[in-house]
Write a protein that binds this ligand. Structure first.
Ligand SMILES: [Zn+2]
Length: 394
């Protein structure tokens, strides 16, 4: 029985192509930019990055981070084989295609000092290159099946933050289901169903979907839906899908839309990676009461200790679901024994001390690919160095 949580992380768009496979009636397609479909925003971003590079700003940001011994903590979610991108239902902002991941690791090996999770507490080494730590959120099966072999090939140790209560479960989070519905309603020209799906939430709240929500970007829609429970969202998705097509096969064609099993997690640990907490059920921690927060923190730690570390050690790291954290949650994490807490706030971490609010840099296709889908070093440098160094130093 699939288990589902209340949240997912980065939220970007996805749309749907026409069905082309006899075995899979509908395909969700990650929109690939091309010369005909490049948005104005993308063009402006490329011009801006080229200008920054020409002015030496990208190199200056990189050197500044290295000089200050800053640590760039990367946040990845899903690594999908290029040929299966069309099957992936996750928000675009949490998907990096396999070829992009390989290019990322090649770049990191050549241009940065990659630190292992176990070395995080003593990172202030003399180097002219920025220090980088690689982390993954959620514990998707593709982390094990697709990403881990590349990490081994490049001799990179990473930290995998996992949702312990859903280990091994398929289709665990609601955003994939919502984007699936949205894509199908677009494909079948049933915008009325999409609108009534959103308006159905009005019955139980006074937060009526505004027009910009109904026709807005997927990121905006998913952000708006976070105010409702996962159970309610999924129930309404099912109702809408049934109205769309009662015979619809709901099984996703993405073979990686499941979370890693405990056996797979143990295998990663044996390879030298760190397995750490992303809570038990992926809730927004600031929306919970103190006791529920404490249980999420404690029980996820206990599950990892029992099923992965098996009493041999403890990482005591946590990534807050959706980066949702405040001073109360930090205090609870500290009380539960966590030493390092990771957010989704972009920035550079000085790496000088234990911290429960370490910033991270989200990496997805748009972070390093040009509009034609090829690796763009300047785009990645902009993502890795310029943007974090112009955000905040924590
Ligand atoms: Zn997450």
């Amino acid at each position: 029985m699939p288990r589902r949580s209340q949240q997912s992380s980065s939220l970007c768009g996805a749309n749907v192509t026409s069905p082309g496979d006899q075995n899979v009636r509908y395909h969700v397609h990650i929109e690939r930019s091309n010369n005909n479909g490049t948005s104005l925003r993308t063009v402006l971003r490329q011009i801006r990055i080229q200008t920054l590079d020409a002015c030496g700003q990208l190199q200056a940001a990189r050197s500044n981070i290295a000089r200050k011994h800053g640590v760039i903590v990367l946040m990845l979610h899903r690594i999908i084989p290029d040929g299966q991108m069309h099957q992936c239902r996750s928000p675009r902002g949490m998907v990096l295609r396999e070829s992009g991941f390989r290019a990322l690791l090649q770049y990191l090996r050549a241009e940065t000092d990659i630190i292992a999770p176990t070395d995080l507490s003593h990172t202030r080494v003399r180097s002219e290159r920025p220090q980088v730590l690689v982390t993954f959120d959620d514990g998707w099966a593709d982390n094990y099946e697709v990403a881990a072999p590349y990490l081994a090939a490049f001799n990179i140790k990473a930290c995998f933050f996992v949702v312990t209560a859903y280990a091994g479960c398929s289709h665990p989070f609601w955003p994939e289901h919502v984007l699936w519905l949205r894509g199908l309603t677009q494909q079948t020209h049933r915008s009325d169903l999409w609108k009534s799906f959103l308006e159905s939430f009005h019955a139980r709240s006074n937060n009526r979907p505004r027009p910009e929500i109904v026709s807005g970007s997927e990121e905006r829609v998913l952000s708006w839906l976070k105010q409702f429970s996962a159970a309610e969202i999924l129930e309404r998705v099912d109702e809408a899908l049934f109205r769309l097509d009662p015979t619809l096969d709901r099984i996703a064609s993405d073979p990686y839309e499941r979370l890693m099993t405990w056996e797979e997690m143990r295998s990663l640990a044996k390879q030298g990676h760190m397995l750490a907490s992303h809570t038990c059920t992926h809730p927004l921690l600031t929306h919970l009461g103190g006791r529920a927060v404490a249980e999420e923190l404690r029980n996820s730690w206990l599950a990892l200790n029992t099923k992965v570390w098996q009493g041999t050690g403890s990482s005591a790291w946590i990534s807050y679901p959706n980066g949702d954290v405040d001073s109360s949650v930090q205090a609870a994490a500290q009380k539960a024994g966590y030493r390092y807490g990771f957010t989704t706030v972009p920035g550079v971490w000085p790496g000088r001390c234990e911290s429960l609010s370490i910033p991270r840099v989200n990496i997805w296709d748009g972070s390093l690919l040009s509009s034609d889908g090829t690796f763009n070093e300047n785009s990645l440098a902009h993502t890795l160095f310029w943007r974090p160094s112009h955000a905040t130093w924590h």
